[in-house]
Ligand binder design. Sequence first.
Ligand code: SF4
Length: 417
Amino acid sequence: MSSAFDFEPQPRRASVAVDVGGVIVGGGAPVVVQSMTNTDTADVDQTVAQVAALHKAGSELVRITVDRDESAAAVPKIRERLLRLGIDVPLVGDFHYIGHKLLADHPACAEALAKYRINPGNVGFKDKKDKQFAEIIEMAMRYDKPVRIGVNWGSLDQELLTRLMNENQARGFPLTAQQVTRETIVQSALLSAELAEELGLPRNRIILSAKVSGVQDLIAVYAMLAARSDHALHLGLTEAGMGTKGIVASSASLGILMQQGIGDTIRISLTPEPGGDRTREVQVAQELLQVMGFRQFIPVVAACPGCGRTTSTVFQELAQKIQEDIRASMPVWREKYPGVEALKVAVMGCIVNGPGESKHADIGISLPGTGETPAAPVFIDGQKAMTLRGPKIAEEFQLLVADYIEKRYGRGQAAAE
Ligand code: SF4
């Protein structure tokens, strides 16, 4: 018989810690949020601006494309400009096809990056494959950088896939084509890690990922990988898609894996709307970790969905305003109010659940529903503190939230406690 404890998060899978430019991935460290730019890396201005925005949003590692000489030459300039802006976020170089050559030809790039990402499916083909893979690993050892061996089924090692398909056929097809493909993805990651270790790269310099675009495939592949290695794992659903679909698919798959203790760093691969905000992927990653109770980044605003009992939009507007204010204020609050990320605010639409939910929050307001007396009780630390009335309820509640934060998390208060 199952118990409620069966549904608790599983202990984090034991993995080897990897230091990526001062950020620890694996070994039980908090799950790291990372992101990737979509600027042309050769465009230093644009790339610096986007890395800065991603970092400001909370990205702890930022990956940039290094696809040609011009982008490799830009990497040290980008790093330097960021440092001058006071931004010391580790940069990860994403290499395909010619990474070995770019790293050899651009030593300043090899030095400026905090990690190299290589894809065993397209590091080189036939007899060049192992040689070029070895050249990148040697670079990583020379510059003392970790690597992520990132398998992606859109660029899966076709020789390995063909071999495993043939072996499956010879055994009378005991596995489906889907199972063989999943096994190929896992083996591609593990065999490449084995080769890197044979070449001398220590295990604490290797992170693995195995990205696919199907939710069930992703869960299966990472469960297999987790069971068969102790490498730190980077989780991500590739080609997650746009808007809600991308968010739902990524959250479902990564949420299930992290609930099982699997995953040391995550990236949410959202396709932005044209001209959309790239930092959305960071926001989603943080919110996923926070709603699951694994990390805290920003105060949570609990708001009811609204229903026929509250026909005005006052509470929706207030909930939105409070959330936006919090997000905009966080870069300053993080410094000024240590611990503020644990704050819980409730903005509720009527008396049915309003007082109850507000009492569970640190500070909450229950707005009047349709036909209710136009009064909004405010609850602070579980107790009714006051009732707001009149046309300025929203503004007054915002001031109360600011006052609560100052009193509870202000440095003078923290020192006094
Ligand atoms: S708290 Fe009131 S307004 Fe909000 S969903 Fe519940 S019943 Fe509807």
